[in-house]
Design a protein around this ligand. Structure first.
Ligand code: KIV
Length: 273
């Protein structure tokens, strides 16, 4: 277990997560992409911070996650790692940096680990990416799998609807989940699949299974931070619980500031030198 900077807090490790699953304690996970947000999330004692390639949507305004580069992910991840004392930091391997070429997958993962000091990488897909998973694991880099709705494959499916609703798709997902566990992944994300299927996978696998839109029968939950805080307001799938509407509060604060500037209320005498 790695020690960290202050208060004798120890960083969550993959072993800590495994023992949480073993004793039935649910795992909390959120995304973060920058220093300031990551510091707030970490100080609330989240277990895992995901530097997701959803940064492409949330930070850069792209419609899909495909355009984000490895360099951009490294920039975001290094900022997040600098902010965290406690959470395990997992970084998404972006589209085009691991598919079909396990040596490139290893090279991309090594860059992430060396240049960001994150704790693990996440990779989308099942049996088709096993060679990459094996090669990354051979370098001692922990790998989190991701099945169900895999946003990097959006062009193959054309929609973000619930996945694995047919028996054939569900069976493939179960086989893929076992293959990722057998390969040595330390955890698995299941995105937007029926709750009964997700619960079955979580009970069959010994590694932690974390869900997003996958019901309560899994070992933990992940949400995109900006969605649950109400910063991104246009995205409202059924699985999303909004814990705040910070987006509105920010806009209102900015409106007040504009009024104060225009009316010359700001700055007042105490706010100048
Ligand atoms: O990129 C991301 O934010 C993710 C989560 C939705 C799991 O992969």
């Amino acid at each position: 277990m790695s020690t960290v900077k202050n208060d004798n807090i120890r960083r969550v490790t993959v072993h800590v997560l495994q023992s949480m699953k073993n004793r039935g304690e649910k795992i909390s996970m959120l995304t973060a992409y920058d220093y300031s947000m990551a510091k707030l999330v970490d100080s609330a004692n989240i277990d895992i911070i995901l530097v997701g390639d959803s940064a492409a949507n949330v930070m850069a305004g792209y419609e899909t996650t495909l355009p984000i580069t490895l360099d951009a992910m490294i920039y975001h991840a290094a900022s997040v790692v600098r902010a965290t004392d406690r959470a395990l930091v997992v970084v998404d391997l972006p589209f085009g940096t691991y598919q079909g070429n396990s040596k490139e997958a290893l090279h991309s993962s090594i860059r992430i680990m060396k240049e960001t000091e994150a704790n693990a990488v996440k990779i989308e897909g099942g049996k088709e990416i096993l060679e990459s998973v094996n090669r990354i694991l051979s370098a001692g880099i922990p790998v989190m799998g991701h099945l169900g709705l895999t946003p990097q494959s959006i062009n193959k499916f054309g929609t973000y609807v619930v996945r694995a609703t047919s028996e054939e798709e569900a069976n493939k997902l179960i086989e893929d989940a076992h293959a990722l566990e057998d390969a040595g992944c330390f955890a698995l994300i299941l995105e937007k699949i029926p709750a009964t299927l997700a619960a079955r996978v979580a009970s069959e696998l010994s590694i932690p299974v974390i869900g997003i839109g996958a019901g309560g029968g899994v070992d933990g939950q992940v949400l995109v931070l900006h969605d649950m805080l109400g910063i991104t307001q246009e995205f409202s799938p059924r699985f999303l619980r909004r814990y705040h509407s910070i987006g509105n509060e920010i806009t209102n604060a900015v409106r007040k500031y504009i009024v104060d500037v225009k009316s010359q209320d700001f700055p007042n005498e105490k706010e100048q030198y």
